[in-house]
Design a binder for this molecule. Structure first.
Ligand code: AMP
Length: 311
């Protein structure tokens, strides 16, 4: 499969890479890391990263405006995005061919070609594997810039190598990536530093989360609370993994009020939560999934479902 992908890349002069909305480090890492790999090894090709820029990920780079007409005859690649509704940028359909590269369960089998490995820690780890294959097959080099991006994606999606998705291969990839020249400490600071307001909200979360005797915890964050702490719904993304350190916790749900919906973010240390997310119109991984609820009553139904699977 990896060689087929490399053959495909070689066939096209223009390659446009998309990823999912509400990007995270793995979305940016896999998208911009792949772009950097192609740019470095095929300097004659035109490569674009599409999508809306998220300033909180500015330390990784930024996507660009894809010029009009660029899609014609282009290869379009979508990284880290399970379903078409979550692709950032609707023009992904306008290329000559569409390739999906992802590590989420392959429920929406879009694209002319798919390379989907749900057991992988991250899409960035898959791009790293592609780079290794490229080295063996076509003498590719992995630049320091690409190494930093892929490392960031792996760190992000494994919760700093803590989640069980971090395999021996993930650690081997990380070992190789950190042998490149980039400032790891500065990268960690960019990824994990939190301002005082967010840390205060984190304290509020620990004080107010409701955990039952079965280890199911529910955290409700209203607009009023976020206003009081001076943070936005997007900021809360940095806190969603934190309750994992609470003794006895099995799975938890963040209910975060957004202007027109309640965002549901499920995390788990065992019970499978993407089945619940799916019931509420979302999806994701077995241990990290998300969905949206139209109101608090629906969000409470999701909380109840979480309590039930922990029983
Ligand atoms: P999040 O809580 O936004 O970090 O999402 C965790 C995981 O759940 C992500 O990797 C996504 O794959 C998935 N996910 C979140 N929201 C949705 C959604 N509305 N539809 C499908 N998958 C989602």
């Amino acid at each position: 499969m990896k060689r087929q992908i490399i053959d495909k890349l070689e066939q096209y002069e223009t390659i446009i890479i998309h990823r999912h909305v509400r990007p995270d480090p793995d979305a940016y890492g896999s998208q911009l890391g792949l772009k950097e790999l192609i740019r470095a090894n095929y300097p004659e090709k035109r490569v674009f990263a599409a999508g809306t820029h998220d300033p909180s990920l500015g330390y990784l780079g930024r996507p660009e405006l894809v010029p009009g007409g660029a899609y014609e005859g282009a290869l379009v690649i979508v990284t880290d995005t399970a379903n078409t509704e979550r692709i950032d940028g609707c023009r992904y359909r306008e290329g000559a061919e569409l390739l999906k590269i992802d590590h989420h369960p392959d429920e929406d089998r879009y694209g002319d070609m798919r390379w989907v490995l749900p057991a992988m820690s991250s899409t960035s780890e898959m791009i790293y594997d592609l780079a290794r294959e490229g080295a063996a097959y076509r003498g590719w080099t992995l630049t320091d810039v690409a190494a930093r991006l892929l490392f960031a994606g792996i760190v992000g999606d494994t919760g700093r190598f803590v989640y069980p998705s971090a395999s021996p291969d993930t650690f081997r990839a990380a070992a190789d990536l950190i042998s490149h020249d980039f400032d790891r400490t500065a990268l960690y600071d960019s990824m994990f530093e939190m301002d005082a307001a967010l840390l205060k909200l984190n304290g509020y979360i620990y004080q107010n989360m409701e955990m039952d005797e079965n280890g199911a915890a529910v955290i409700r964050i209203t607009s009023e609370t976020m206003e009081r702490f001076g943070v936005t719904p997007e900021d809360t993304a940095k806190l969603v993994g934190a309750p994992g350190i609470v003794k006895g916790i099995k799975a938890w749900l963040f209910k975060v009020e957004e202007p027109d919906q309640i965002r549901l973010r499920f995390r788990s240390k065992g019970p499978v939560v993407n089945t619940i997310a799916k019931r509420f119109g979302g999806g994701g991984h077995a241990l990290a999934a998300g969905a949206s609820a139209k109101d608090w009553a629906t969000a409470e139904e999701a909380a109840q479902a979480l309590r039930e699977i922990c029983r």
